[in-house]
Design a protein around this ligand. Structure first.
Ligand code: 5GP
Ligand code: MN
Length: 345
């Protein structure tokens, strides 16, 4: 194998695991019922890697197949044009005892909600993921923490199953890759990532149109909502041993007032993390009475994945989250208390 080829193959997954995954899929998918699952509140990598892989299985001739995710059956507007959406079913309709379960972008069973029982009822479970915090809950675990997105793992497994890329598969995998690299801006945007993007774009997809849809399009009401929420952001320069933190919060009432759905807030972390004076950015988003989904980002001084794990969540070193309880102030206080203990040396 040449150096150039080695560079395109995900690291950290053994040949034995790749072979076990391919063998399991070949044995069970042709005649059996296949259930593909991604994480709750699915993002571009979760949906894109899952649907891209599902379309690949369809090309292999797999007929009995469903894709799903836990929680409310709502596809964020930016992803409503993804190929393969016809394969999606609400969790209530998902096979109760599938022959094969394939799990995408899920670091731990807590991200599977009520679908977690399928890991037990399925004939076999193969996990495709790229979170360092992955707990290895599958029968076969294809987890590469150096992969920029789960779709990197999905593309390689499709290659090993001899499924050629077509423009629909490629669009799904591209949305996933673009989402998790912040549109090819983050440090994990390696030569391997650009080589994969080149293979995907070569199928004929339209990167400009896809980027506009997933990054640069939102309702007027969402812009007004962002204005309110950004307007109440607070700077905390002494947090994280002086590296500093900026934080804000959004309530269900904020969403209501502007007639917006919760997923529009996923994009809000980007302007917040742009604040130059500090390392850590935190957005606290209300999901229930005293319940909040917390997004954290670091520029490199703090391991926010370790902070999230300490608070019951998970993620990547520089992008992580957890579920917080109480008031936004309580939640931010709990984060602040963890920051100095998780500095990156
Ligand atoms: P985001 O802030 O974009 O929602 O999530 C950033 C990263 O943290 C993603 O990799 C996501 O999977 C992870 N993450 C976010 N919230 C949670 C959570 O509640 N639990 C776990 N385990 N991971 C989370
Ligand atoms: Mn991901």
């Amino acid at each position: 194998m040449t150096e150039a080829v080695a560079e395109t193959v995900p690291a950290n997954i053994s040949d034995a695991d790749w072979a076990a995954a391919a063998r399991t899929i070949r044995e069970l998918a042709a005649e059996g019922r296949v259930l593909l699952i991604c994480h709750v509140n699915p993002d571009g990598d979760a949906l894109g890697s899952m649907l891209g892989f599902a379309l690949g299985l369809r090309r292999l001739g797999v007929r009995r197949m469903q894709a799903t995710f836990p929680g409310p059956f709502e596809i964020p507007e930016p992803f409503t044009a993804l190929p393969g959406l016809d394969l999606l079913v609400p969790e209530e309709e998902a096979y109760a005892d599938p022959d094969l379960v394939l799990v995408f972008d899920v670091a731990s069973e807590s991200r599977l909600g009520a679908l977690v029982d399928r890991v037990g009822t399925a004939g076999a479970t193969v996990v495709l993921d790229h979170h360092a915090s992955n707990t290895g809950f599958g029968g076969v675990n294809l987890v590469d923490a150096t992969a920029a997105a789960t779709s990197v793992v999905a593309e390689e497994l499709l290659r090993r199953l001899d499924v050629p890329l077509d423009v629909e598969i490629a669009e799904c995998l591209y949305v996933a890759l673009a989402t998790d690299t912040g549109s090819f801006r983050f440090d994990m945007t390696t030569p391997r990532v650009h080589e994969m993007a080149a293979r995907l774009i070569a199928t004929g997809l339209r990167p400009g149109e896809i980027s506009r849809r997933i990054f640069d399009s939102r309702p007027f009401g969402a812009m007004k909502l962002f204005a309110d929420v950004l307007g109440r952001a607070q700077l905390d320069p002494t947090a994280a041993a002086g590296h500093g933190m900026v934080w804000t919060y959004a309530t269900l009432e904020d969403l209501d007032r502007h007639g917006q759905r919760p997923y529009v807030l996923d994009a809000l972390i980007d302007p917040v993390r742009a604040v130059a004076e500090v390392d850590v950015a935190v957005v606290v988003k209300q999901t229930g009475d005293a319940e909040w989904a917390v997004s954290m980002r670091s520029k490199g001084a703090v391991d926010v994945s370790a902070v999230a794990v300490a608070l019951g969540g998970g993620g990547h070193r520089l992008a992580a989250g957890f579920t917080g309880y109480g008031t936004p102030g309580d939640v931010v206080f709990s984060v602040r208390q963890q920051l100095a203990a998780h500095l990156i040396a």
